[in-house]
Design a protein around this ligand. Structure first.
Ligand code: ADP
Length: 482
């Protein structure tokens, strides 16, 4: 990966640098050429238009031996014309034939090509035209006098500009070589800043894939890679949380299955052993013993079916396919009917059981029988977990848009560390006592589910040895969704 990104970056930077240099080089070279050409024509026009040169030339053309005189005048102005030994020459041509009569370089003059500008001058016009495609530039000026007609001709072989451009080309090539060096270094630097965090990310991703969430990607930058690193960390956190909760759920499920098996085995075992004894000792047991044995079998069967019923109810809660029948009903009536139903049992245990309805209770929206089931569970727990002759109070009231019912007892109470767990399935502070009193350990967990579904709340306050107060709060308008 390091290699491929590095090579890609170097290639991109190199292509950019080369392209840039080539474009700049091409512009520079054509700029130099244009500048050189237009400077040549400006210079010529300036010299030949200047009053002194023009006057001298005209005078020379008037007399005899004009060509030699004209050549002398041009030679005297060689500096101004830029004529030198190698690149630029001047000639005096015959105005009728174009033949070279005199000049700065006679050897060259013998073989002069008849250019477009010479033709123009032969026809009597000023030949100042430039042809960018030619490897020379020239100008031809006709001059007519009494002594004859001539053409003043200056030609430049563009060697200066060709040399200059060759040098420019060399500079561009050297710049490209330096560009290669720079692009390799830059590529290395860029690859390092891009690749190193990606390597960190890859390492962390590999660990996450192997189930290890401990590695976090360090990257505080604000760029895309920083964002990616932070997103990755968030994702890993999320995954870790999800897996943790999945593990918890799995642990709860296992515990639940173990609890269910245990809870079911106990009554089944005792039913079986009593039934066996009854069978084995048929006819030898006295009527009283037989009756007691049968009673145990019946009560254990009851317990069994109660556990199964509760479990079925809970599983329907879990599956979410238990419809609640939400209706408007009198909360006060429900409280009173639960009180009435439980009064006999409370009295049987010698409890002082009283009801206090504080306010004018509004009707509420909810599933009446389920709410009553919650109240029954609260009261029957108070009766069960309070030694005979205790004091139990049921208090109902309204506060804002909620109603409440509190059941207070002065029973055994619940130790602080168990208080949050009594709503868990099968959780019982004192297993033996719960069993003795026919409890399944599921009552409060069912109550909790029912109250949740009503958007209500269960509150528990308890002190071991002093007593317990459990309160159900319900919104008057019922659940938000439902
Ligand atoms: P159970 O069928 O055992 O009563 P619940 O779910 O109704 O199951 O209650 C769970 C546990 O909470 C009980 O086993 C008991 O230990 C404790 N508990 C509930 N109510 C009271 C109470 N009023 N006083 C003391 N302990 C209570």
């Amino acid at each position: 990966m390091v290699k491929s990104i590095y090579i890609k970056l170097v290639a991109i930077i190199l292509v950019l640098i080369v392209a840039l240099l080539l474009v700049v080089g091409a512009f520079l070279m054509s700029g130099v050429r244009n500048f050189y050409v237009s400077a040549f024509y400006d210079q010529m026009r300036e010299v030949f238009a200047s009053a002194d040169v023009a006057a001298d030339l005209r005078a020379a053309a008037e007399g005899e031996g004009g060509a030699a005189l004209l050549a002398d005048i041009l030679r005297a102005n060689m500096g101004r014309l830029g004529v030198d030994a190698t690149t630029r020459s001047f000639f005096v041509l015959d105005g009728e034939t174009g033949q070279c009569l005199a000049g700065s370089n006679m050897a060259e003059g013998e073989h002069l090509t008849v250019t477009r500008n010479i033709l123009t001058a032969l026809a009597g016009g000023d030949g100042y035209a430039s042809d960018p495609d030619e490897d020379f530039m020239d100008m031809a000026l006709p001059l007519r006098g009494a002594g004859g007609s001539y053409i003043l001709y200056v030609i430049d072989n563009k060697e200066t500009v060709t040399r200059l451009n060759a040098e420019l080309m060399g500079i561009v090539v050297r710049a490209i070589a330096v560009g290669l060096l720079i692009s390799s270094l830059l590529g290395m630097l860029l690859a390092k800043t891009v690749v190193t965090p990606i390597q960190h990310l890859t390492r962390a991703a590999e660990k996450v894939a192997a189930g290890d969430f401990s590695e976090k990607v360090e990257n505080e930058t604000a760029d895309e890679i920083g964002v990616l690193a932070r997103t990755f960390n968030d994702m890993a956190d999320q995954l870790e949380t999800n897996i943790e909760s999945l593990k918890n759920a799995e642990r709860t499920r296992r515990e639940f299955v173990a609890n269910v098996s245990h809870e079911l085995r106990t009554p089944v075992t005792s039913i079986r052993s009593y039934a066996e004894t009854l069978g084995d000792a048929a006819g030898t047991l006295d009527g009283e013993t037989e009756r007691r044995f049968l009673e145990v079998i019946v009560s254990e069967s009851d317990r069994l079916s109660k556990i199964v019923q509760d479990l079925l109810l809970l599983s329907r809660f879990d599956a979410g396919n238990l419809r609640f029948d939400y209706q408007q009903f009198s909360f006060e009536k429900s409280v009173r009917s639960v009180f009435d139903a439980q009064l006999l049992e409370a009295q049987r245990r010698g409890h002082d059981f009283r009801l206090e309805v504080r306010d004018d209770l509004p009707d509420i929206r909810g599933d009446r029988s389920r709410i009553e089931q919650v109240l029954i569970n609260m009261v029957s727990n108070a009766i069960k977990y309070t030694p005979d002759g205790g004091c139990i109070r049921m208090t109902a009231g309204a506060a804002g848009d909620r109603v409440f019912c509190t059941v207070t007892d002065n029973g055994v109470g619940i130790p602080q560390e168990d208080q949050s767990r009594v709503f868990e399935r099968f959780y019982r502070v004192d297993k033996a006592r719960s069993r003795e009193s026919g409890g399944t350990g599921l009552g409060l967990s069912i109550a909790y589910e029912i109250v949740e579904r009503h958007d209500g709340r269960l509150e528990l306050q308890s002190q071991p040895g002093k007593g317990t107060a459990i309160t159900v709060w319900l919104p008057v308008g019922g659940p938000q969704h439902g």
